[in-house]
Design a protein around this ligand. Structure first.
Ligand SMILES: NC(=O)c1ccc[n+]([C@@H]2O[C@H](COP(=O)([O-])OP(=O)(O)OC[C@H]3O[C@@H](n4cnc5c(N)ncnc54)[C@H](O)[C@@H]3O)[C@@H](O)[C@H]2O)c1
Length: 434
């Protein structure tokens, strides 16, 4: 099938590469010329495990092409996925500007009956707006589909190739047939393709992210309480996660959620509810709990080191989570701002996000080539992102290199008993200190 994906970011690039991998002829289009120029040479604008070989192989076999010519991408497509950004507007609602720009172009340049798929996360009612923008210019029939994306950055290729489910909001048998055909290779193990109305599909994406963000904020608040009353959130997590009604995933306490999705989608959902005259008190609480949580590591560094003025801290991890270079809304940014404000100097390391961080932070902090280098002359190590390579470091070397043996662990990576044996002054989230 001839498929075009408009918007070649974290989502569009993964979608395009995976759809090419199953034999479709895919054009990925973007207005960012540098990005497209790089992609043509297999230089990826993002770090995403497993993506590069897919892009390279499918480009070589000519199933995947990259273009800035949106008109060409639209004219030849049987199916167009819209995967441009939907950043929060000033009032927190999702800004549909880019989605609607693309919809207008699709209407103008389409040259046959086609399916228009919204992959971007958009509030309920957006498909109707997309439909209206296309219809203004269209000379051919078209079919709308809302196909929210549930991939996780860091596991995006795996998630797209083997989804837990595919959600398709459709309103015509034509769209249903075409979309079911496209997704058939990805659900051969029997994972469900859930066909529903468009509004429900749009809502499903927000509800999923709202629920996941809720679990994270809930556990963070329980962890903060554990800290105060002397309980250990590791035990509590296992204790509740073993209940089949609750399950184990998304129950790790940490420095707050970040990334391009949870913060903006929770905001947009709260806003959508307010516009509909409905109260979403739980989610409003989730959002403020997360804002507070992002500063928790600064408080922990302060209680570990006392007066922070003139102190130096090594920061392990900048990306909002392991497996990605994405720094959008990353807790590291809040932590860095808080530490700098308190007069701390910082040397940071991240296996993937240092280029992005340099762009955002310039020379306000130092960057180290290796995680051990970051420790030199530092009064404490602060672990912010749960990268695999930080999980089992050479603790003797860490202790030897730091000026004081202090670790503040925002991801609960290390064993409290082991830290005690090593003589490290160790603080984590919701667990006893050593
Ligand atoms: N990142 C994720 O993990 C994730 C997961 C699920 C859903 N989503 C949703 O998918 C959408 C895209 O997210 P992303 O993280 O890929 O964003 P992104 O910022 O990485 O990519 C968006 C791309 O769209 C391009 N673009 C903007 N306007 C354009 C236009 N008029 N024509 C062509 N290209 C244009 C930009 O240049 C950019 O390359 C958002 O709605 C997001 O909420 C993201």
């Amino acid at each position: 099938m001839n498929i075009s994906v408009i918007g070649t970011g974290y989502v569009g690039l993964v979608v395009g590469a995976c759809l090419a991998e199953t034999g479709n002829a895919v054009k990925c289009a973007d207005i960012d010329e540098r990005k497209i120029e790089g992609l043509r040479k297999n230089i990826l604008p993002i770090y995403e495990p497993g993506l590069e070989p897919l892009v390279e192989r499918n480009q070589k076999e000519k199933r995947l092409t990259f273009t800035t010519d949106l008109r060409d991408a639209i004219e030849n497509a049987e199916v167009i996925f819209i995967a441009v950004g939907t950043p929060p507007g000033e009032d927190g609602s999702a800004d549909l500007k880019y989605v609607l720009q693309v919809a207008t172009l699709i209407g103008r340049h389409m040259s046959r009956e086609l399916v228009i798929v919204t992959k971007s996360t958009v509030p309920v009612g957006s498909a109707a707006k997309v439909g209206a923008a296309v219809a203004k210019e269209a000379k051919f029939p078209f079919h709308l589909c809302s196909n929210p994306e549930f991939l996780k950055e860091g596991d995006a290729v795996e998630d797209f190739m083997r989804p837990d489910r595919v959600v398709l909001g459709v309103e015509s048998p034509f769209a249903r047939r075409v979309m079911s055909e496209i997704y058939a290779p990805f659900v051969r193990t029997g994972k469900p393709v859930l066909i529903m109305d468009i509004s429900s599909a749009e809502m499903t994406k927000y509800a999923a992210n709202g629920m996941l963000a809720t679990r994270i904020s809930f556990m963070n608040e329980i962890a903060n309480l554990c800290d105060k009353v002397g309980a250990n959130v590791d035990f509590v997590r296992r204790g509740i996660g073993s209940d089949s009604r609750i399950g184990q995933s998304f129950l790790f306490a940490g420095p707050g959620y970040g990334g391009s999705c949870f913060p903006k989608d929770v905001k947009a959902l709260v806003r959508m509810a307010a516009e509909s005259g409905v109260r979403l008190d739980v989610l409003a609480g989730v959002e403020s709990a997360n804002d507070r949580q992002k500063s928790i590591l600064v408080s922990k560094v302060r209680s570990a080191l006392g007066d922070l003025k003139g102190k130096r801290v090594a920061l392990w991890g900048l990306a909002f989570k392991a497996g990605t270079d994405d720094m959008r809304e990353a807790p590291a940014l809040t932590i860095i701002a808080g530490l700098l404000e308190s007069g701390v100097s910082i040397c940071a390391h991240d296996p993937a996000a240092m280029d992005h961080a340099r762009g955002l932070l310039g020379n306000r902090i130092d960057f180290a080539e290796t995680n051990y280098e970051a420790l030199e002359g530092a009064d404490a190590l602060v672990v912010v992102t749960d990268w695999n390579e930080y999980r089992h470091p050479d603790f003797e070397r860490v202790k030897r290199t730091l000026k004081q043996p202090v670790i503040v662990d925002g991801r609960n990576l290390y064993d409290v008993e082991r830290m005690r044996e090593l003589g490290v002054r160790y603080h984590s989230i919701g667990r006893p200190s050593a």
